[in-house]
Design a protein around this ligand. Structure first.
Ligand SMILES: Cc1cc2nc3c(=O)[nH]c(=O)nc-3n(C[C@H](O)[C@H](O)[C@H](O)COP(=O)(O)OP(=O)(O)OC[C@H]3O[C@@H](n4cnc5c(N)ncnc54)[C@H](O)[C@@H]3O)c2cc1C
Length: 435
């Protein structure tokens, strides 16, 4: 199907958004870290190798104690700052001894067990996590090898990468369902660590998303790449009121958040995941998943894939998430885009929250590039009409009806266990203009 076309499409976007960056000299940073490590009494005696690739510094080598491992990480962070990642792969000597004994014990088990003695299985262990690689003849051999590994003393986890001869399955290490922020970042992080990732998104990208698009400074700092060209407004305070009355403000000299357009922002995140190596298929809805023999089969209407891990990032009403049986409460609301009027009291650095405008909910006005995202949402068991709720909110906020714009999105977020359509044809979680 159109997977490849769509991947190429995203490639184009990635290229467009790429910014000219002057890469820091990796060797200079690595040698600065080395001098720090050599200058500290806890780490000086050890052969620790820092390697900077992309935004991650990987530390490898051997130390004796946890304290030394932690100190090496702290010293590295003091050189590269909080925005770069430190992948601390330093091993403790006792862990190496344990891993060696795990590998030896498991190899003995594998060559003596009648089911696995003919199989050619490669065993590795790292801090008690055993990885099985190679090709076996039958599914039974695959299962038995894993069972034997789990029995060995000191084994914390088994990663069974054994392939069964003639079985074309296990196409990906991980399949991610949904390319909102959660799915896109998961796909990005896994791909850049070398895992084979397929990401499936129901909508065509870029897809619209009803959301205030407010991103706190802390959340933004967790994003592992530059998003500065996404920022529409910088937020320095929040104005709370109750039905438009009794306002109080919380303002700070420093920015507390920024606003983004979810369409563009989510598209950027998906493009980054694709650039990192994930295979993206948009316009592809997952309709079923099943688990058997440690593998997961994921199906759309026309295709199917297998994977070892499945990430359900398909949102509140998603198929995968519903499978988890998590509790939830439905909400209903309306959002519209009200263009800036240009008045002297119009403040584009404030988020406004009306705490009295909806039962078990609130109203909001979030400044975007050229408009306020203006909406209201409440518990669906309490709200009779989303339109009336919006009308009341607009009135409370003193926004002229003529200026209030057409509500552009009516939405409903169904609870996990119940789905009640707001209008015929408007399914939960989706957004369409009201009739
Ligand atoms: C009105 C409103 C305002 C909000 N304002 C803010 C705000 O200002 N700041 C903030 O931080 N949060 C806000 N939120 C919450 C925010 O939108 C969510 O927390 C966020 O979108 C969750 O991200 P996600 O990646 O988990 O899921 P989503 O962003 O919901 O993405 C899930 C993706 O999965 C896809 N999908 C679903 N089912 C399938 C399937 N079967 N197969 C394939 N793909 C599938 C969907 O198409 C979607 O793209 C707001 C929410 C609402 C409703």
């Amino acid at each position: 199907m159109g997977c490849l076309d769509r991947v190429a499409f995203l490639n184009g976007c990635g290229a467009k958004n790429r910014r000219a960056e002057v890469p820091p000299k990796n060797e200079a940073i690595e040698s600065k870290i080395q001098s720090k490590l050599k200058g500290d009494p806890l780490t000086a005696a050890w052969q620790i190798r820092p390697k900077l690739k992309g935004d991650t510094v990987t530390l490898t080598g051997l130390v004796d104690r946890e304290e030394e491992r932690q100190r090496a990480e702290e010293l590295t962070k003091s050189v590269v700052g909080e925005l770069r990642r430190v992948d601390n792969q330093l091993m403790l000597t006792q862990e190496v001894i344990l891993d060696n004994s795990i590998v030896a014990a498991l190899k003995t088990e594998l060559v003596t067990d009648p089911a696995t003695r003919q199989a050619n299985i490669d065993v590795q262990s790292r801090r008690g996590v055993v990885v099985l690689e190679g090709e076996v003849q039958t599914k039974d051999q695959r299962r038995q090898a894993e069972a034997l590994a789990k029995e060995i003393a000191g084994v914390k986890q088994v990663e069974n990468n054994l392939k069964v001869q003639g079985d074309p399955m296990t196409d990906y290490d991980v399949i991610v369902v949904g390319l909102g922020p959660a799915g896109a970042i998961a796909a990005y992080e896994l791909s850049r660590r070398g895992h084979r990732v397929l990401a499936l998104e129901r909508s065509s990208l870029p897809r619209g998303k009803i959301c205030g698009g407010a991103l706190t400074v802390r959340a933004a700092a967790l994003i592992p790449f530059d998003i500065s060209d996404q920022i529409e407004q910088t937020i320095q305070g929040v104005r709370f009121d109750f039905c438009g009355k009794d306002p109080f403000m919380i303002e700070t000299p420093e920015p507390v958040a920024s606003t983004v357009s979810r369409d563009r922002f989510d598209y950027l995140l998906a493009s980054k995941a694709e650039t990192a190596g994930a295979v993206l298929c948009d316009g592809t809805e997952v309709v079923e998943w099943t688990e058997e023999d440690g593998e997961i089969a994921v199906r759309t209407r026309h295709d199917g894939w297998r994977c070892r891990y499945l990430i359900g990032a398909d949102g509140l009403n998603g198929l995968i998430r519903r499978g988890g049986g998590l509790p939830g409460e439905g909400a209903v609301g309306v959002e519209s885009e009200i263009p800036y009027q240009g008045g002297e009291h119009e403040d584009h650095s404030l988020i406004q929250i009306d705490l009295g405008s909806a039962p078990h909910g609130f109203g909001w006005r979030l400044p975007k590039r050229d408009h306020h995202a203006t909406g209201v949402s409440g518990a669906d068991r309490k709200v009779k009409s989303a339109g009336e709720l919006y009308g009341q909110f607009i009135e409370n906020q003193g926004i002229l009806k003529e200026a209030s714009g057409q509500p552009v999105s009516v939405f409903q977020r169904a609870s996990i266990s119940e789905r009640t359509p707001l209008h015929e044809g408007v399914s939960s979680g989706s957004a369409t203009p009201p009739a």
